[in-house]
Design a protein around this ligand. Structure first.
Ligand code: ADP
Ligand code: MG
Length: 353
């Protein structure tokens, strides 16, 4: 936030109520289930009969979860909302309402908050989610965004991490590793810029992986596809922290083991090329890199025919008895124990921090 731009308006100029009013203008309610949105002490939601409410929250802190040096504010708002929608999707549900808490230091302007809110509102428009409330506070340093999402799913379709059974097929949506490679490109350019501020960032040719990092999407389309094909996954999780770590979560919750075939892991060509450029093994970026927000789920073998020709779904392995452990089978047919390196450890290692 460079403060050498005189056209920016101080947050203090509106006061707390003025600021809330300003930020929450142009918010329209779309769902009948939202009885009251912004403007009272609490939002009022009337879920439809036969539905269960799903509730989740994600907290994003500047310098911990995002870096404003390369994260545009509008994207930050969009991502803060979408990662919450993804948690609802991972329960086989659909997001309906959000509440946004924001803590902001005086280094931010009204225009900066407007950018964040335009991203949140855009996400609400794209995913048809009602923005029904929030809280606003000053913070001593930096920016904090906390989003709470309310979603719903048919009572008999809510999918937990715990329902996987031996012999179920392990499936993944989309492709993996892109968001992590996007992050590495952004970190590389940030370092180059810090070393030499006259340098222009070299981002061309990396559109796909940058979009994966800066503008992730929640796979609500997969939930709709599963519904259309009458598939209820036996277990499901969204991949925020790397395939390996999420597969281990599914297995532990389901009390199963698993086999993942390394050469079945879906990786986009752009991700592959960029991993090679960084001297990384592409499948390792998919296994350990996070923030792709794809879905990892298990289905009964009887449902295989329904998804075998779906270009968006890849069967990467299957669930086993717990005593068989969680295994990764390499292209040369070695079976090794699946390790959860997670996003943070991986990031530290690659960046040498
Ligand atoms: P309270 O004193 O009960 O916390 P506020 O004055 O903070 O109430 O909020 C007034 C209304 O504005 C409430 O409906 C609240 O949900 C909404 N609101 C407050 N801050 C935000 C925000 N940052 N984004 C969206 N809605 C907000
Ligand atoms: Mg308040």
């Amino acid at each position: 936030m460079p403060d050498d731009q005189p056209q920016l308006t101080d947050l203090a100029s509106l006061g707390e109520f003025g600021l809330i009013e300003h930020l929450t203008r142009n918010i329209h309610i779309q769902h009948k289930s939202t009885k009251k949105g912004i403007g009272d002490d609490a939002a009022v939601i009337q879920p439809k009969t036969g539905k269960q409410l799903l509730i989740s929250k994600d907290l994003l802190i500047e310098g911990v979860h995002f870096d404003l040096m390369y994260m545009p504010l509008k994207h930050l708002g969009y991502k803060a909302a979408v990662v919450n929608f993804s948690d609802i999707v991972a329960m086989n549900g659909v997001a309906k309402q959000i509440i946004v808490g924001i803590g902001v230091s005086s280094k931010f302007s009204i225009e900066a908050l407007d950018e964040i809110y335009s991203g949140i509102k855009k996400a609400c428009e794209v995913y048809q989610v009602d923005f029904v409330g929030g809280d606003t506070s000053s913070s001593l340093s930096g920016l904090l965004i906390s989003v709470t999402v309310v979603g719903e799913a048919d009572k008999d379709k809510v999918t937990y991490r715990s329902g996987g059974k031996p012999n179920d097929l392990l499936c993944v949506s989309g492709d993996l590793g892109g968001a992590y490679m996007g992050l590495l490109v952004l970190e590389r350019e940030k370092k180059a810029f810090q070393a030499n501020p006259d340098m222009q960032p070299e981002l061309t040719g990396n559109d796909y992986i940058l979009e994966r990092q800066l503008k992730p999407e929640a796979r609500e389309d997969i939930v709709r596809m599963l519904e259309e094909k009458s598939i209820i996954p036996s277990s499901m999780i969204d991949i925020s922290d790397g395939l390996a770590s999420e597969a281990i979560h599914l297995c532990k919750s389901s009390n199963t083991g698993c086999v993942i075939f390394e050469d079945k892991i879906p990786i986009d060509q752009g991700t592959y090329d960029s991993a090679k450029e960084f001297g990384l093994v592409p499948s390792i970026t998919a296994l350990n890199g996070g923030e792709d927000y794809e879905l990892l789920f298990t289905i009964d073998q009887g449902d295989y025919k329904k998804i075998e020709n779906d270009p968006d779904i890849t069967v990467i392995g299957y669930m086993t008895e717990p005593s068989d452990g969680m295994r990764l089978v390499t292209p040369d047919e070695r079976s090794i124990e699946l390790q959860a390196q997670g996003w943070d450890a991986m990031r530290k290692r690659e960046l040498g921090v």
